[in-house]
Design a protein around this ligand. Structure first.
Ligand code: G
Ligand code: G
Ligand code: MN
Length: 380
């Protein structure tokens, strides 16, 4: 049986049919459940890998159905779609997560086919990756840092980059971080992966700098790396070995990272700052980061999550949040960086509001290292 099975429930049979076709194009076997009862039966017996739920459905409402589903602890991932406005959809997504469901997307109708296709493709299961395979991939340097440029909002000059991990898999092509970072984070492999990314980024930076291309960069640091009291010294040693001033390196702290062991992480982060390494609070606003964290820890940069920036032109709420967070960052003396900038309209607003830097597909995706010099030359 195809390991990729998409179960759909929607009160509109025609739309369900369209979803099914998109699912098939992405490589899924698909079924449409005509009723809530049938839906629950399929969920238990057919064991879909992904479930697409409309909040309004025949004979019940989506939230109630999700609550009932959660009791059965299905191994499926959930996508919520609805014609209701995005606040309702987002709230339903959060609620479903709090029920314990693995929600991978909350989409407002009309759902763009390209978006749904991309989302489904991202979650296509190959054979599940094992820790052993990932370990081998790290050792073989198949995990490669891709560089996404960060630009000044005022001048549009490239002022740095964020290094994002990609797995160049010999058989499956390029795999995105959601295929392997959670696995790495579930054990100790995240340490090895992180050190490998940092080391090779420093080497890459030094190589470019020798040719006159100085590109400060940021790497993402997991919570699990924030328990290692040696981290500041090891990082600075590594910078020294590659002849890179620590000021060129930023660490993006992604998770409730700093929260888990407050004293230890504050100790590590403070020493990192003293040694000149910059700290950025990542995904700001998503609930993993908090105002308390911002006040307590020595961050120099705040990254506004793309889930607020991308819908900014359609959503008044998101626009207000982005604007407010920029103002707050300014008042706290932090550099504000917007991620997920895809349009000129969005950029114009960010400029009005005094955002410092931006990152997004409007200018560039994350680039393979070999493509970075040409990109930089073209923009210079
Ligand atoms: O482009 P994108 O899909 O690369 O990245 C998705 C997420 O994966 C990022 O938001 C980031 O949190 C995480 N990620 C990417 N690269 C790394 C990495 O090297 N280390 C850690 N810990 N997380 C990463
Ligand atoms: O670590 P963090 O979650 O901040 O990583 C940023 C993520 O945002 C990466 O997955 C990157 O590929 C993604 N990203 C960056 N710019 C854009 C954009 O303009 N549009 C979209 N859809 N994703 C983006
Ligand atoms: Mn990041």
């Amino acid at each position: 049986m195809n390991p990729n099975r998409l179960l759909i429930i929607d009160d509109d049979a025609q739309i369900a049919e369209i979803y099914a076709r998109v699912g098939q194009e992405a490589g899924f076997g698909t079924r449409i459940a005509p009723s809530a009862a049938e839906f629950r039966r399929q969920l238990q017996e057919w064991l879909p890998s992904i479930v697409l739920v409309d909040l309004r459905m025949p004979g019940t409402d989506g939230v109630e159905l999700l609550r009932l589903c959660a009791r059965e602890r299905p191994p499926a991932k959930f996508i919520i779609a609805s014609g209701l406005d995005h606040r309702v959809v987002d709230a339903a997504g959060r609620l479903a997560r709090s029920f314990g469901l693995d929600v991978i997307g909350a989409m407002v109708k009309p759902v763009r086919i390209a978006d749904l296709l991309a989302l489904l493709q991202t979650h296509l299961a190959g054979e599940a990756t094992t820790a052993g395979e990932l370990e081998a991939a790290i050792a073989a340097q198949h995990i490669v840092g891709y560089w996404q440029p960060k630009l000044s909002v005022g001048t549009r000059a490239v002022v740095g980059a964020e290094v994002l991990a990609r797995w160049r898999h010999p058989a499956h092509g390029m795999l995105m971080p959601d295929h392997f970072i959670p696995l790495a984070e579930s054990g100790e492999l995240i340490q090895r992966l992180t050190w490998s990314i940092v080391e090779r980024s420093l080497a890459q930076h030094a190589e470019w700098a020798a040719d006159g291309l100085v590109l400060p960069f940021a790497v993402n640091l997991s919570a699990r790396c924030l328990t290692d009291l040696d981290l500041p010294d090891r990082l600075v040693d590594m910078c020294n070995r590659h002849g890179v001033p620590p000021e060129r390196l930023t660490l993006e702290i992604t998770e409730s990272a700093a929260m888990r062991n407050q004293i230890e992480s504050a100790d590590i982060l403070t020493r990192l700052r003293i040694k000149g390494i910059h700290l950025s609070i990542d995904d700001f606003g998503t609930g993993y980061s908090s105002l308390a964290q911002l006040q307590r820890l020595p961050f120099s940069e705040l990254k506004i999550d793309k889930s607020f920036v991308m819908p900014m032109m359609q959503s008044h709420d998101c626009a207000v949040i982005v604007r407010t967070v920029i103002g707050m960052a300014q008042n706290l003396g932090l550099r504000a960086v917007a991620e997920g900038v895809e349009t000129e309209e969005c950029l114009a607003l960010l400029a009005d509001w005094g955002c410092d830097e931006m990152q997004g597909y409007l200018f560039s995706r994350a680039l393979a290292p070999e493509d970075v010099p040409a990109f930089m030359a073209a923009r210079a």
